[in-house]
Every structure is written in C-alpha cells, then in structure tokens.
Design a protein around this ligand. Structure first.
Ligand code: 5GP
Length: 198
C-alpha cells in the first residue's frame, strides 16, 4: 500500500509577532509534527543552540548550500540569509509526516510555487505599535536591526491577504486554539474558520 504524503504548513508573520512561542506550545501538544530547522548566517542569540534553533553557518557556507540546491527556499532578512534545508523536509513529507516551516514572506512565496498544496498561515500583531513594543521588550537586537525589522514587518503585513488563513495574535491561548483548529481540522472546514481579517 502506498503511503499518504504528509502535509506542509507554512507559518509566516512579522518578527516579534510571537510565532516562536506559539510553535513551542503547539509542538508540545503535537510532538509528531516536525518543525524544520533553518540555516542562517545570523549570529546566535544567547539562548540559541546550533542544530536546535538554527544551523548557524557562515556566508560562505550559505552560498555553497544555495549553489548546491540544498535549500528548499531562502531569503535575506534584516542583513542576514535564512533558508530551509531541503532533504529533511522532503523526506518527512514522503514518509507521511507533517512539517512546519516558520519563515518570512519571500520564502513563503517561493514555497507557494514549489508546494502549492502547502497550507499557508499568516500571524498578525494586534497593531504595529504593539509589535514594536514586543521587539523592544525582547531586547535582542541593535537599534538598526529593530528599525529594519519594523520596516520589513510593515511590508509583510501588507501581504497577509496572500495567505490561506490569517489570525491576530492578541491573546496567546486563543491564537493557539485557533491555530490548532486550523491545522487539524479538514482544509475545507479550516477555510471557513472566522478570522479577524474577514
Ligand atoms: P530571527 O532572526 O528573528 O530568528 O528570524 C528572522 C525572520 O527570518 C523571521 O521572520 C523568521 O520567520 C525568518 N526565517 C527563519 N528561518 C527562515 C528560513 O529558513 N527561510 C526564510 N525565508 N525565512 C526564515
């Protein structure tokens, strides 16, 4: 009997919107889902572990990965490169597993071309002012990086309608319940979920 292919889920939303926290909680409840580990040229933040949060690579190594076709998608973001290693994702999908990519807008657009059947979800902040507060409270980036991230956030939010589903991350628990329903209900039912954008 041939195996059913898995499902690819793309989660996008501006830096600071809370995608990481949401995913951490979602994966605690659904450990069978695989969260893709990206490669990045960004230096690790204090709590980040190589091979767990990201594969931290040099610009040279990243260029080589691109040239060899090792990345499913990649993009530049706030001065650094980020990309999804192809093999682990393709293998898991073939084996019937569900895979989540937590990536920015350019990458999500590339996935739309290569995996049109992927379910693409956009997480919105309650407002730009709240997003700025969250990025500043996180205190992980330089002022220049914060400004670049906020500019990029405005561009990404403007493209939210390109996604299959959108949700405003106002209350973490509510967003988590909504996200769980969106992913684990049938696609047809999920497309009828109320979102604050409709
Ligand atoms: P951060 O530096 O805050 O960890 O990530 C910055 C942005 O890069 C976030 O919006 C995150 O979703 C995105 N990102 C992380 N990994 C990838 C990836 O593999 N590909 C793309 N296109 N974006 C990524």
């Amino acid at each position: 009997m041939s195996q059913q292919p898995g499902k690819l889920i793309v989660l996008t939303g501006p830096s600071g919107v809370g995608k990481g926290t949401l995913l951490k909680l979602l994966l605690q409840r659904h450990p069978e889902v695989y969260l893709s580990i990206s490669a990045t040229t960004r230096p690790p933040r204090p709590h980040e572990i190589d091979g767990q949060h990201y594969y931290f690579v040099s610009h040279e190594q990243f260029k080589q990965m691109v040239a060899q076709g090792d990345l499913l998608e990649w993009a530049e973001f706030a001065g650094n490169c980020y990309g999804t290693p192809r093999l682990p994702v393709e293998q898991r999908i073939q084996q019937g597993q569900w895979v989540i990519l937590e990536i920015e807008l350019q990458g999500a657009r590339q996935i739309q071309q290569t995996f049109p059947e992927a379910l693409r979800v956009f997480i919105l902040p309650p407002s730009l002012a709240e997003l700025e507060k969250r990025i500043r409270d996180r205190a992980q980036d330089s002022e220049a990086a914060i400004i670049r991230r906020l500019q990029r956030a405005a561009e990404e939010i403007a493209a939210a309608d390109e996604f299959d589903l959108q949700v405003v991350n106002d209350q973490l628990q509510t967003t988590l319940t909504w996200l769980e329903a969106a992913l684990f209900l049938s696609q047809e039912t999920a497309s009828r979920l109320p979102t604050s954008r409709r």
